[in-house]
Ligand binder design. Structure first.
Ligand SMILES: NC(=O)c1ccc[n+]([C@@H]2O[C@H](COP(=O)([O-])OP(=O)(O)OC[C@H]3O[C@@H](n4cnc5c(N)ncnc54)[C@H](O)[C@@H]3O)[C@@H](O)[C@H]2O)c1
Length: 368
């Protein structure tokens, strides 16, 4: 099979869909790999690294899209790329269709098959291709939050870990899932006082067992959230309700009770955010201030640490790339049923229930 890896063209996106080791594995299995020139540059991977492991480096994006049967990407196809997709192609990347009607329409019209990282599920309901990016965003939320707390970034001028004789920052984490637990680990390691809130008591029990002593777990209700917001120097928004908009846990009125120049990093912004005053921002201009509180709401946080994120993502995606390349889609889906959960659009039909419901389209389940 011919596998194509285009250079990402979304703003401030530095990741790439395949590592040189992925090229080597695919070549060993007898496939041809086309890599667009410069595709790995944002992640510190030169064309030569790919060429050395058997890739063909291609200058023209049109040739990658024109010749490949399987396209391996990171972000959803941009409008310029939508025009290049061909009927019968398999496109494997993040799509987040429910947030993008023109993209859904474009894929339906193309006749291609969209296999979405974000909906791929294993037997226990975990999302193995989403988890690595939540791990990156969770860890990064503390790094970014710590920076925002510095006075030149309009923060309170607080060092996260304090120093001997001066108390550390109080960090409040809303949601104790993948993002929340990774944030807590880093904040605790830097010496902050950390409080994690969640509505899942079993999750809180687990976190209480595994987290260090400077992490406290609390049940997430309106009273506790209000109390904690008053104490917080840094708030991390890390909640998720499967398939739904993020719950609004911090209301506009709550900001006035917070310390002046406190910081909110709303990681859940890609699902609408869990703070009423949040709105999406970019790495170019990541923050804004409302009622004296600094808001950081970047929707693609992992994109900024392209090298770490590319390795984390490709570690998880490569086994599926190899399976998809090895045989026809029906045979691949039969061999690994997790692939069925990732097929969102196939031959002009929406095959994902939530996407169909969002746009009032008919749902035609994928049958391998
Ligand atoms: N901005 C970015 O670049 C970026 C990157 C990765 C992930 N994310 C987003 O971060 C969010 C969290 O992702 P995750 O992988 O940690 O999800 P997750 O499912 O692992 O964890 C979410 C947690 O929120 C908890 N929760 C639900 N309602 C709550 C409430 N009312 N109060 C407190 N906790 C509540 C759940 O019990 C769960 O433990 C998602 O919206 C995800 O899309 C954003």
């Amino acid at each position: 099979m011919i596998i194509g890896v285009p250079k990402e063209i979304k703003e401030h996106e530095y990741r790439v869909g395949l590592l040189p080791v992925g090229v080597e594995e695919l070549r060993r299995a007898g496939h041809v790999v086309l890599i667009e020139s410069g595709a790995g540059a944002g992640s510190g991977l030169a064309d030569e690294d790919y060429r050395r492991h058997g890739a063909t480096i291609v200058d023209e994006r049109e040739r990658i899209w024109g010749e490949s049967k399987l396209l391996v990407k990171v972000k959803e196809p941009q409008p310029d790329e939508l025009m290049l997709i061909q009927s019968g192609q398999l496109v494997f990347c993040y799509f987040h269709f429910a947030a993008n009607q023109p993209l859904t329409r474009g894929l339906l019209d193309s006749g291609a098959t969209a296999i979405a990282y974000e909906t791929l599920r294993d037997d226990s309901g975990r999302r193995p291709l989403l988890t690595p990016m939540s791990e990156v965003a969770g860890r990064m939320s503390i790094q970014e939050g710590a920076k925002c707390l510095e006075r030149p970034q309009e923060g309170r001028g607080i060092l996260l870990g304090g120093v001997p004789g001066v108390e550390p920052a109080h960090v409040v984490i809303l949601g104790g899932g993948v993002v929340g637990s990774n944030a807590a680990k880093i904040a605790a390691g830097m010496g902050a006082n950390v409080v994690m809130l969640d509505v899942n008591l079993d999750r809180l029990r687990f976190l209480d067992e595994v987290m260090p002593p400077n992490v406290t777990t609390l049940y997430s209700d309106r009273h506790t959230i209000r109390q904690q917001l008053q104490l917080a120097d840094l708030v991390i928004g890390a909640v998720l309700i499967e398939g739904a908009r993020a719950p609004m846990l911090v209301e506009r009125g709550d900001l006035t009770s917070m310390k002046s120049a406190a910081v909110i990093v709303d990681v859940a912004i890609d699902q609408g955010g869990c703070v009423e005053t949040s709105r999406p921002t970019t790495h170019g201009q990541p923050t804004f201030v409302i009622d004296g509180v600094v808001h950081y709401c970047v929707t693609n946080m992992p994109g900024a640490v392209g090298r770490t994120s590319t390795y984390a993502l490709c570690n998880a995606t490569l086994p599926f790339v190899l399976t998809l390349a090895a045989e026809s889609l029906p045979a691949a889906a039969h061999r690994d049923p997790r692939i069925v959960s990732a097929v969102n659009v196939h031959q002009g039909h929406v095959t994902n229930h939530a996407v169909a419901e969002t746009f009032g389209l008919s749902h035609v389940p994928y049958a391998s």
